[in-house]
Ligand binder design. Structure first.
Ligand code: SF4
Ligand code: SF4
Length: 189
């Protein structure tokens, strides 16, 4: 990704979107004084296009569109190390989570990421846990790569490492209620 930052004043739409993200995440990016402790402790920063400190800087500069399109928000492992280390109490992990939801809602997430997210959530909603074979099949079908992972998947199935049929948890009704509550709060499957 191009790391060059072109500065221009944030538009009203960008400001509104940032305020929404901050409210949902329960934190404020203006608290950040760019010390970099979040990036220094992040186990995934090496793989990110914008490490956590830079993601916060993008938001401070009103460049929320760029932040929503960053690969970083999908590479983040939600370990919360950054939030725990921040001397200013910025909840970066919560911001990352909120930005993932926004990116999906606005169709800014990479198509493969969105397809995997949908397949994974549908899995959990239906079975109460992940069903790896079904997850991969659905993901591969929607991304037009049916035979991807066959070489690895078949031997794993034969050895019983991956179940052929889904297992279901007992409390599936409870799981459905959790999804219904999340949908009411503005989330989607
Ligand atoms: S640790 Fe906190 S204050 Fe320091 S750069 Fe990260 S978000 Fe900003
Ligand atoms: S929550 Fe995400 S951004 Fe924060 S330290 Fe963990 S992986 Fe890095």
């Amino acid at each position: 990704m191009d790391l060059a930052i072109k500065l221009s004043p944030a538009t009203e739409d960008q400001k509104t979107l940032l305020a929404k993200v901050e409210k949902e995440a329960g934190t404020s990016v203006n608290l950040c004084y760019q010390c970099g402790k979040c990036t220094a402790g992040c186990p995934a920063a090496f793989a990110m296009d914008y490490p956590p400190r830079q993601v916060i800087r993008l938001l401070q500069l009103g460049m929320i569109e760029q932040a929503l399109q960053a690969e970083s928000i999908w590479i983040c492992a939600s370990c919360e190390t950054c939030s725990a280390r921040c001397p200013r109490g910025v909840d970066i992990a919560s911001l990352m989570d909120t930005m993932r939801r926004q990116a999906l809602k606005q169709g800014k997430a990479d198509k493969r990421v969105a397809a995997f997210n949908k397949a994974f959530l549908s899995n959990v909603k239906n079975f109460g846990k992940t069903y790896e074979a079904g997850l991969l099949l659905r993901y591969n079908l929607t991304t037009g790569q049916l035979f991807k992972d066959m070489e690895l998947g078949l031997p794993m199935m034969i050895r019983g490492k991956v179940g052929v049929l889904p297992e279901r948890i007992k409390a599936r009704e409870e799981m459905k209620k959790i999804f219904e509550r999340a949908e009411k709060l503005g989330g989607d499957e």
